[in-house]
Design a protein around this ligand. Structure first.
Ligand code: GLN
Length: 269
């Protein structure tokens, strides 16, 4: 992904443990999509070239909030750094004025004001959370109200119930919702779509769906923030200070979702 200088990784920051190269076979990459091949504003996924080209225009308009302030002044927001899009979330958090902190140990988790669980593979993230003694501390902090945001695999991790959980896979229950994994299809059926986010000013969000889940059921306390236009499925939700998207805001240059989450962290007493 081509990033403007403000979104490049700071020197010495960690690299993603799950690179885009792993997730999108090279043969899928091509020139930016020119046709709406799936209908209703949905364009078939063409890989990184398409992603950066599609997201350049809106990102310039909305990228960094002018009131974000210096990075050191912001709240400390952890990124669960076991597997997945860790580096991408770190970059996006810096862009909205938060202080990103990779979290791999219980002591690191204890020190952050909020936490992002990245996109990746929820079964792997869960296994590693158990191995790293983070599963129970995660449940405790989330139960005590720590703001948490999960994208894609992170949404799966935050669910109270899965329709199709893998054996030994558990979830954190931060949001009263039933989530279906891989609901939009296989890796090769990944796509981008223009998603309108409730309460968010500006253009629709160019959302990237990669083996994405959808939310099949929600409890009474859960607010629907977005549905995917082609299917009408729920793809973004909030319950109190817990936020989840089925798509990957960290893979675009549009940082509005990270801004919403950082504001939730800031507002929490
Ligand atoms: N389908 C994956 C899972 O079950 C999530 C994919 C993603 O995060 N892009 O965890």
């Amino acid at each position: 992904m081509i990033m403007p200088p403000s979104r490049q990784l700071p020197p010495g920051s960690m690299r993603s443990t799950h690179s885009l190269d792993d997730r999108y076979p090279r043969r899928q990459r091509g020139t930016p999509p020119t046709a709406d091949t799936l209908g209703t504003g949905v364009t078939a996924w063409t890989g990184r070239a398409g992603l950066s080209a599609r997201n350049t225009a809106p990102a310039r308009d909305v990228a960094v909030a002018p009131d974000a302030g210096p990075a050191t002044a912001g709240p400390s927001v952890g990124v669960l750094a076991l597997q997945g899009d860790v580096a991408e979330h770190v970059v996006a958090l810096s862009a909205v004025g938060a202080r990103p902190v990779p979290v791999r140990r219980p002591a690191e988790l204890a020190a952050v004001d909020g936490l992002i669980i990245p996109g990746g593979e929820s079964t792997a993230i869960w296994k590693l959370a158990v191995i790293f003694d983070l599963a129970e501390p995660l449940r405790e902090r989330i139960g005590a109200g720590m703001p948490v945001f999960g994208s894609c695999a992170g949404m799966i991790m935050l669910a109270s119930k899965l329709t199709d959980r893998a054996s030994h896979q558990e979830t954190l229950g931060a949001i009263d919702m039933t989530v279906r994994r891989n609901a939009f299809g296989r890796q090769s059926e990944s796509f981008e779509s223009d998603v309108v986010l409730r309460g968010v000013a500006g253009p629709a969000f160019r959302a990237v769906f990669i083996r994405a889940p959808w939310v099949e059921q929600i409890g009474p306390g859960v607010e629907i923030l977005a549905t995917e236009p082609r299917t009408g499925r729920i793809v973004a939700v909030r319950q109190g200070s817990a936020l989840a998207t089925a798509f990957h805001p960290e893979l675009t240059q549009d940082v509005r979702v990270h801004k919403i989450f950082t504001d939730i962290v800031r507002e929490r007493p």
